[in-house]
Write a protein that binds this ligand. Structure first.
Ligand code: NAP
Length: 265
């Protein structure tokens, strides 16, 4: 078997079913101010279309993007023309990346503007999932306007579910209580946020994993680092999907093959 399609999993109680690997698309739109081991050129349209087609053929249905990922949203909008319905698209609010620098705005006005802009860029009239792109001050961000505004946008039907991509255990847990899901760093090097996964499991909330490979640095160590990484991640039953970024078709095939090896055990 070469497809993840039979392994779709519920994302908490959102009603969304996601593949156990999602495709991260930072590298589709941004190569400045990133922490990957090697420098890289953005893929051209033919290469990016090839990665998306391959991801779909391998059973991946989840794409992760953000306004802070340079041209990622805009490029996906063009590349996914005619295929919107088949994908689950996750984007974010709160972080902007301009002239090589990140800045943050969690106000109600910016949240609404950002969602409307994501809809335009992605050429769609709904977003499956929107995560708050936290600056690390998770509790302050959650005390502010962004979460209630996302709640209203959900009621209005512009987004289907929302959650939080944070950096602290306290933030992750509070974000799960008031939202649908959390995106959590969890890999062979960093497992401090495991209590967020435990909380999600007991409260039927969804978990997406970011930096599963520590932005690629884990691929440089050990005998079968991808296998060890995914084994750790899938051993926690709260995990719906690990978002892994790649613009290399060979890596994408390898990652899916490894995920299948782990899931079959
Ligand atoms: P990651 O998925 O941990 O690692 C991606 C890196 O690993 C890329 O440089 C990729 O290079 C490399 N890689 C992938 N598969 C490989 C393989 N089989 N062998 C060797 N190298 C491999 O890191 P990430 O991009 O930081 O995080 C993944 C996604 O999570 C992002 O794209 C983004 O969507 C999301 N994210 C979210 C946040 C947030 O705050 N919400 C923060 C960070 C990331 P190649 O292109 O050469 O394969």
């Amino acid at each position: 078997m070469t497809s993840l399609q039979p392994f779709l999993r519920p994302l908490g109680s959102t009603g969304l079913s996601v593949s156990p690997l999602g495709l991260g698309t930072v590298k589709f739109g941004r190569n400045q101010g990133v922490k990957y081991p090697d420098r890289f050129e953005l893929p051209d349209d033919r290469q990016a279309r090839g990665i998306l087609a391959l991801a779909w053929d391998l059973g991946i249905n989840l794409l992760d993007t953000a306004p802070a990922y340079g041209t990622s949203e805009e490029r996906l909008g063009g590349l996914l023309d005619g295929q919107r319905e088949q994908w689950i698209i996750c984007t974010k609010v709160g972080e902007e990346f301009e002239q090589g620098e990140s800045c943050f705005d969690f106000s109600a006005a910016h949240t609404r503007l950002s969602i409307e802009r994501s809809l335009r860029r992605l050429k769609t009239d709904y977003l499956d999932l929107v995560l708050v792109h936290s600056d690390g001050n998770d509790l302050d961000v959650l005390d502010g306007e962004v979460y209630p505004t996302l709640g209203k946008l959900k009621q209005e039907g512009l987004i289907r579910a929302f959650g939080f991509s944070g950096k602290t255990v306290e933030g992750g847990i509070r974000a799960l209580d008031a939202g649908d899901c959390a995106m959590v760093t969890y890999n062979l090097r960093e497992q401090q946020e495991q209590p967020v996964l435990d909380h999600a499991l007991s409260h039927h909330k969804g978990i997406l994993i970011k930096k599963a490979l520590a932005s690629g640095h884990i691929c440089l160590q050990g005998e079968d680092p991808m296998f060890a990484s995914l084994q750790l991640i899938y051993s926690h039953p709260a995990v719906a999907s690990a978002i892994i970024g790649t613009i290399n078709p060979t890596h994408l095939r390898e990652n899916v093959a490894t995920a299948l090896r782990v899931l079959h055990r």
